[in-house]
Design a protein around this ligand. Structure first.
Ligand SMILES: [Zn+2]
Length: 316
């Protein structure tokens, strides 16, 4: 695929539906269109029949092997959406470029869709950003592990320290590789057992782990583990600190407080995924805006988010 062509195409694709379909097709199948059902590599383009009351299907193909029809959105988070692909591309661009995240209200105004459509689009795109559903290399080097609490505002505004038992806040754990990517997700309870499971899944066994001296971290069984004694007022001792993790949390919290006025517990993981994606694919790591857009489109494949799968959000 020629990069200059792609850039030109991307510019017109926000306002031109057939350019958007062409761009999506080229991003999804850089080596030629293949049937998502049987893998058949010899499909041919067909022209959709306009049916009364239903929009014509976009980028439609018929597989010469299994004889089934498919489109550029078949088997992806865009499937069965009535929103034009040009608006989807715009939404992807806006979400991948906005550091603090944007609200569904902002997106609905910018795209001219309904609020409900914008809200649902954003959740589908967060699913496309979810690296848990793909291959994710473990974090290496120096990895800071820390947790924050999201939920009702703390009246006294204490930043340090952990809420007591009976708190309605949800812990979000982050493992941040210094100078690298982050893995972050809500955790039901911050216990040594849960921490050990997360550490084993997301962190290389040879990584150096930095945490504070919270008891649950102290009793994890990672070999190379350094702690900083927050409980005695110590925040940095040489290279032992968790400032990188705290930087990630402050981005996440500003986003949640500023753009998403209330985030229900059932959807929190999707918002966290969005921040994890942008942080792990930031410019400092060599990923630019259009590469982020491309990653979201590639991540959209093989994932579906339907109304049934959504957690208990009342249809907006
Ligand atoms: Zn086929």
């Amino acid at each position: 695929m020629e990069t200059t062509n792609l850039t030109t195409l991307a510019k017109v694709a926000f306002s031109n539906e057939s350019a958007a379909v062409e761009l999506m097709t080229r991003l999804r199948w850089p080596n030629g269109v293949a049937c998502p059902r049987c893998g058949g590599a010899d499909p041919y383009k067909i022209t959709p029949k306009a049916q009364p009351g239903r929009p014509a299907r976009r980028g439609l193909f018929k597989c010469s092997a299994c004889k089934k029809q498919f489109s550029v959105t078949t088997g992806s988070v865009f499937e069965a959406s009535h929103v034009p692909l040009s608006k989807w591309l715009m939404a992807i661009h806006l979400m991948s470029a906005s550091k603090k995240g944007m609200s569904a209200h902002q997106l609905h105004r910018m795209l001219g869709t309904t609020y409900r459509a914008a809200w649902f689009m954003m959740h589908r795109l967060r699913l496309a950003m979810d690296s848990n559903m793909g291959v994710f290399a473990r974090l290496t080097g120096v990895v800071e592990v820390d947790e924050t609490y999201i939920g009702a505002k703390n009246k006294r505004g204490t930043k340090r320290g952990r809420p007591g038992l009976g708190s309605h806040k949800t812990p979000v754990l982050a493992l941040v590789q210094r100078g690298g990517r982050v893995r972050a997700f809500p955790m039901e309870r911050v216990t040594s057992a849960n921490l050990n499971a997360a550490i084993k899944t997301h962190m290389d066994p040879n990584a150096t782990m930095m945490t504070d001296d919270f008891a649950a971290y102290k009793s994890t069984d990672h070999a190379d583990h350094q702690t900083v004694n927050h409980s005695s007022g110590e925040y940095v001792r040489g290279s032992a600190h968790t400032n990188t993790a705290e930087g990630f949390f402050s981005l996440l919290k500003r986003g949640i407080n500023g753009s998403f006025h209330h985030v229900s517990k059932g959807h929190l993981h999707r918002y966290v995924t969005e921040f994890e994606f942008r942080y792990s694919n930031r410019l400092a790591l060599g990923v630019n805006d259009s590469q982020r857009t491309e990653k979201i489109i590639l991540g959209a494949e093989g994932k579906r988010l339907t109304y049934k799968k959504r957690s208990s959000h009342r249809a907006a």
